[in-house]
Design a protein around this ligand. Structure first.
Ligand SMILES: [Zn+2]
Length: 267
């Protein structure tokens, strides 16, 4: 059963420009969203008024970004300082062979705009430090993890906890992936579960293999989590770490609790 979750008051939208109604084209474009119990025209207006920041325009960001754009998230911010490289194309489906050498944020902006001109895209072409990142996320309702390393995730997690911004975590390695939604003050954060930075060789997925479909699947899940949180529907992965193994094709969720001694969100 689908129910509005009254315990999820965490999205305060900036504007109400779509509350007055959707135009004919939007009614048609988002028809299959609007038909959903829990979305409707009002929910679609909310999506169009929402602002989501995706950190990383790689494998996770391609998948999450495409689905968020298709769903009509009105403003998408993209943070990525890299250019499109040939070795990216095996999994980063927002980029094509013709985009080689282009900044990823430019390549991604072209694809998102071509898919859905309702979406405004703002690109940030440099990796941000903690201070810049804090300032940036005040402009957004929710942050989606599209990074490939734990150092960046820890930075995002800390800033989101401090500024009470919802953060959808996703990570992939090899044939496996993980996802969790962090709602500051309402459940565990990333540092409650992964206390220490993984060893140096595990910090970046750059030199490690990953099956392209895995970030596709995890990124699509992140987009679904983001939409649920924005609309306040369903049960987000709050206090539940989802793990996915493509080889056994098993999904598991593990209950995880907030750690009172957590250096980020603890007392
Ligand atoms: Zn914590």
């Amino acid at each position: 059963m689908l129910a509005k979750n009254s315990n999820l008051p965490f999205i305060k939208l900036h504007m109400g420009r779509h509350n007055s109604g959707l135009n004919n084209e939007q009614q048609e474009r988002y028809k299959r969203n609007i038909l959903l119990d829990g979305v409707g025209a009002a929910g679609q207006g909310k999506l169009l008024d929402s602002r989501v920041l995706i950190v990383g325009a790689g494998g996770l960001g391609s998948s999450a970004g495409y689905y968020l754009a298709a769903a009509g998230i009105g403003h998408i911010g993209l943070v990525d300082g890299d250019q499109v490289d040939l070795s990216n194309l095996q999994r980063q489906i927002m980029h094509t062979t013709a985009d080689l050498g282009l900044p990823k944020i430019e390549s991604a902006r072209k694809k998102i705009t071509a898919l859905n001109p309702d979406v405004q895209v703002t690109g940030y072409g440099q990796w941000l430090d903690e201070q810049n990142f804090r300032e940036l996320i005040t402009l957004y309702d929710l942050v989606v993890d599209g990074t490939d390393n734990f150092a960046a995730r820890y930075l995002i997690n800390r800033a989101c906890v401090e500024l009470h911004k919802p953060f959808v975590f996703g990570g992939v390695l090899g044939y496996t992936g993980q996802a969790m939604t962090i709602l500051p003050g309402q459940g565990p954060c990333l540092a409650c579960i992964f206390r220490d930075l993984p060893t140096r060789e595990a910090l970046s997925g750059d030199q490690l293999g990953v099956l392209g479909a895995v970030p596709g699947i995890i990124g699509a899940m992140e987009s679904a989590e983001a939409i649920k949180v924005i609309l306040g529907i369903g049960e987000p992965l709050l206090g539940r770490l989802l793990t996915y193994d493509a080889l056994s094709m098993q999904f598991c969720t593990v209950d995880v609790s907030r750690d009172p001694a957590c250096p980020v969100c603890g007392a």
